[in-house]
Design a protein around this ligand. Structure first.
Ligand SMILES: N=c1c2ncn([C@@H]3O[C@H](COP(=O)(O)OP(=O)(O)OP(=O)(O)O)[C@@H](O)[C@H]3O)c2ncn1[C@@H]1O[C@H](COP(=O)(O)O)[C@@H](O)[C@H]1O
Length: 110
């Protein structure tokens, strides 16, 4: 597999935005319902992630936290796609902050 999962998902999300039946595709149904519905889902998944994290004591609940975080990331990607943005801009921003922080140098000095 050459492409990352994010890259592959990005392509699927782009295709669902323009050429998919909302009856057959969950992502197309979110786009058809509009930004407010997508933001509602992001909020719901963020709350579910927080609740799962507060209860992440054993293997089962930690697996639930991973699942909720995946739902949150997924719905955040749909939100970005709806607004003609993608994970790439977010990664660029994280890279920029990482470069600015001089992270490696600081850590090795401690
Ligand atoms: N990664 C996901 C993914 N993660 C979560 N979900 C869906 O997100 C929803 C999560 O919402 P909830 O847990 O609140 O469940 P719900 O009560 O059914 O949701 P609502 O009725 O409130 O909308 C579920 O319907 C999940 O199926 C996803 N749906 C799709 N994908 C990816 O998106 C691709 C395109 O999907 P389609 O557009 O459906 O073809 C797929 O190939 C997958 O790779």
């Amino acid at each position: 597999m050459n492409d990352s999962v994010l890259e592959q998902l990005d392509r699927v999300l782009a295709a669902r935005k323009t050429a998919a039946d909302p009856e057959a595709s969950y992502v197309a149904s979110l786009h058809a319902k509009g930004l407010n519905k997508i933001l509602e889902k992001v909020g719901e998944e963020a709350t579910e992630t927080i609740l799962a994290a507060k209860d992440a004591s054993d293997e089962t609940s930690r697996a639930e936290l991973i699942g909720e975080t995946a739902d949150l990331w997924f719905h955040s990607l749909v939100m970005l796609s709806h607004l003609n943005l993608s994970y790439r801009e977010v990664l660029q921003e994280l890279e920029r902050r990482f470069d600015l922080s001089g992270h490696d140098e600081k850590a090795s000095r401690q």
